[in-house]
Every structure is written in C-alpha cells, then in structure tokens.
Design a protein around this ligand. Structure first.
Ligand code: UD1
Length: 429
C-alpha cells in the first residue's frame, strides 16, 4: 500500500489550483440517469470516488466518455466527461460496487423516477458513525414509492410514476436533499422540500437539473419547490470549486505559515470557515479568481468551533481545523454535531505530540509548542488530510500509511503541496 512521506517544518509559498468539488461532481454524474440525452460535465476532479461512480454508472449501461485534453490543460485542471444514459440495461446497483462509496446509493432516485424501479445495495463509505439512509427512503416514500429492504438491498418501485408531495426532513441531510431533488424533478405535480440542505453542492445540482429541464425554485434556502416535468434533456455544466479542498489548503498555510494563493475557487463557498481562520491569526484576502492566505510570524490563536450544516462550519473541515488547533496558543473546544464517531484522527494526532481530550461530541485541544513527526495511519478521508497538514507543520519525518483514503477526495495532493515548497512524496508499494 502506498505511503506518504513528509519532512515538516517548511512554510508554504506559491499557488495551488483548486479542483472541482467531489461532493458536487458525484450527484451531478448521478443526475445523468434522469435523461437519455448526453450530460456534459466540466471541471470533474480525477479521484478514486469519481472512478468508482463511473464504474457504477457503467454497470447500469451509462456511456462514459472523457473529452480530450485541451491546450493549456494539465492534470491539475479538471477533466470534462460526457455521460449518456440512453440505454440503461440494469436498474440494480450491486453490493460490490455500492459498498465502497456511500453517495452511490443516490442512484436509487433517478432510476426510480425514470424507470419505475431500482434495486440498490445499502451503502458503505467512510466509517464515521452509522450514517443511515432512513431519511432518503422516507423522501422516496413520500413521493409514492413502495420500498422494501431485502437481503441488504433497498428495492424501490412505483406503479404509475412518482407523485409530488411535501417532504419535511426532521434533520438536515445533504444526500436526502439530492435524492428528493432528483426524484421530484421527474414526479407528477409539485413537491415542497422543507428543512432542505443549503450546501453549495445542492445549489449546483439544482442549477444543473434546471439546465436539464427541471423546474426548481429555492435551492440554497431551507424550502425548495419543484414542479415535476415529464422528461428531461441533456445539458452542459461546470462543477463548482471544492470548498473542502480550499479550506484544507487554507488551514495548511495557517498552520505552517507562508503565503499561498488558492486559485479557481470562491470565498463565498466557505465564509464561516474563512472567518474562523482569520480569527486564528491567518490573513485571508479575496483576489481575482481565488483566495490568498497568509500567516507570517504571528502565533495561532485558539478558537472554539462547532460543526453545523451550511452555512455553518463544515464537518468535513473539522479534522483539519483540529490539526491547526494542536499548535494554538491555549485551549480550543471543537464540537462535532453532524456525525458521531468522527474523531478518529485524535489518536493519530496524539502520535505527533498533540494534546487532545475527548468528552462525547467535544474535543478539547490544548495547544502545544511543537509537533514531532511520527508514523501515523489514515482512517477516513478528512481525517487523513488532517494528518498531512499536521505532518507539514511537525518537526522531522511523518509517514502516513493507508493513503488510499486521500485518493478518494484530494486530487494531486502531493503535487499541489510540493509546488508550494512542501517536502512531501508518495512511496509506492
Ligand atoms: C454529505 C457529504 C459529506 C458531508 C456530509 C455532511 C457527499 C458525497 N458527502 O454526506 O462529505 O460530511 O454531507 O455535510 O456529499 N442522516 C440520517 N438519516 C439519513 C441520512 C442522513 O440520520 O437517511 C444523518 C447522518 O447520519 C448525519 C446527518 O444526517 O448525522 C447528515 O448526513 P448527510 O447530510 O445526509 O450526509 P451525506 O449526504 O451522507
């Protein structure tokens, strides 16, 4: 298995191009199942999760084409893909494929809406809590689907198509909102989603669905209204920038010190996280086409954080922020409200010398003067990258094992950091 070696203690200086958002690209690719026409997606990141979803869509019979490279494109700029679901041969998504990535479960919605049936394995994905799909199933049932769980599969059917309905989520769910949006787009009549997720990736999906002929209002607010249409068409859409990748590199600079411009990204995608980073002492400025992050000389101030659905502080940046706080002047308290059991990075950060105490959903971090490199183990996607950040700031060598977690969500991680002076390399097994 590949490893990453980091020799820490080097400030980051330079530019980092930000990729398209994994969490937007996945539902957008799944939306291709809603139509027999071609959906062209630009700025799609090259990631293991994207490859996994491509295999799942391929298994349903979706044609996948990568559009040739254009002059000036490097592997650090996203790819353009074309997906055509004109000949769907199978509405089953098998365990072997779905178990590797939770988001692949969302294929249930377009398959059911367009073909009246879907059989999809219960999902896998990062081991961060139980992560049930009860709310996704509830949304489909509200739209008139008959659903049974049979031998680890969700079997969904509808006799005369889905019907618009009121879907009131008792808890904000990104996946539930994606599923409801896709299913309701092809349902008969009007659907109202209450307590909808407001994440930028939901807005991106709604924009693409609208280009495909859907009638959607209110995406980005807690109340989304969808007028169902009988059929949808092809479209071209560019995936929005990855706000989690943006925030991750911003935190890396805040931790190591230095001066980096994050290109092809937008500050409005992560206001709360950038505000908090400024409070820790990093200097954040908007520049044309990106964000500049600097920290020179000043210490890192301890700041408390609670994760929340958008526009709150994202749970997907919690581990990275904790890494930063391990070197803060004083104590910070980090509360995780979205996922239980999302503190697996704590024991690995401790190997580098971090002082963190857990009390239920609260992590209490006592800042230390320095971290010292050590061998550590990646446990899930975001936890892994927190170890990279900590390793960049630690003295000496850090070796990160099980890096396949990183490949699921961070495109060209070593190359992007190395171009800013980081001493980081992958050792292939
Ligand atoms: C998405 C993101 C993930 C991010 C998360 C929260 C993708 C591919 N993944 O995951 O990176 O961390 O949003 O911002 O976009 N829940 C239920 N029942 C359900 C569904 C969810 O109880 O049927 C709970 C979950 O256990 C969790 C909370 O609701 O506690 C939020 O989960 P959700 O927003 O659905 O996360 P995902 O869409 O899986």
């Amino acid at each position: 298995m590949d490893r990453i070696h980091i020799t820490g203690g080097v400030p980051l200086n330079g530019t980092i191009p930000i990729s398209g958002a994994k969490n937007a690209a996945l539902p957008l690719m799944i939306a291709s199942l809603l139509t027999g026409d071609t959906l062209e997606l630009a700025n799609v990141p090259r990631l293991a999760d994207i490859a996994a979803l491509t295999r799942i869509l391929g298994n349903h019979g979706v044609d996948h084409m990568v559009v040739g490279k254009r002059p000036g494109q490097t592997t650090e700029t996203g790819q353009t893909i074309r997906l055509t679901a004109s000949n769907v041969i199978d509405t089953t998504a098998p365990y072997e494929l779905v178990s590797t990535m939770r988001a692949s479960f969302w294929v249930v919605a377009p398959l059911l809406a367009r073909f009246g049936e879907a059989k999809v394995s219960l999902p896998g994905g990062c081991a961060i809590g139980t992560r049930p799909v009860d709310l996704l199933i509830m949304a489909l049932e509200r739209l008139g689907a008959q659903i049974e769980i049979d031998a680890g599969y969700v079997v969904a059917k509808t006799k005369n198509g889905l019907r618009g309905a009121e879907i009131d989520f008792p808890k904000v769910t990104v996946g539930g909102t994606h599923v409801a949006l896709m299913a309701a787009s092809l349902a008969y009549g009007t659907t109202v989603i209450s307590n909808a997720a407001r994440e930028p990736e939901v807005v991106d999906l709604a924009e693409c669905l609208t280009k495909m002929g859907a009638r959607i209002q209110g995406a980005g607010t807690p109340r989304i209204v969808i007028e169902g249409v009988a059929r949808m068409n092809g479209a071209r859409h560019e995936v929005l920038p990855d706000r989690i990748e943006t925030g991750t590199y911003a935190m890396a600079v805040a931790m190591t010190g230095g001066d980096v411009v994050l290109e092809n990204t937008r500050a409005d995608l992560l206001h709360s996280a950038l505000d908090i980073l400024s409070t820790t002492g990093a200097e954040i400025t908007q520049v044309p086409g990106g964000i500049r992050v600097r920290r020179n000389g000043a210490g890192i101030a301890a700041v408390d954080v609670t994760t929340d659905p958008f526009p709150g502080f994202p749970t997907d940046l919690q581990a990275q922020f904790m890494a930063l706080m391990t070197l803060a002047n004083g104590q910070s308290q980090i509360r995780e409200t979205i996922f239980e059991n999302r503190f697996m990075h704590v024991q690995e950060l401790a190997r580098l010398g971090a002082r963190i105490r857990l009390e239920g959903d609260l992590a209490i971090v006592e800042g230390v003067d320095r971290l010292k490199g050590a061998p550590v183990m990646a446990t899930d996607l975001r936890a892994s990258v927190s170890l990279v950040i900590a390793g960049l700031a630690a003295e000496g060598e850090t070796q990160i094992n099980r890096v396949y977690h990183l490949d699921r969500g961070f495109e060209a991680l070593e190359a992007k950091l190395a171009r800013c002076g980081a001493r980081i390399e992958r050792v292939r097994a």
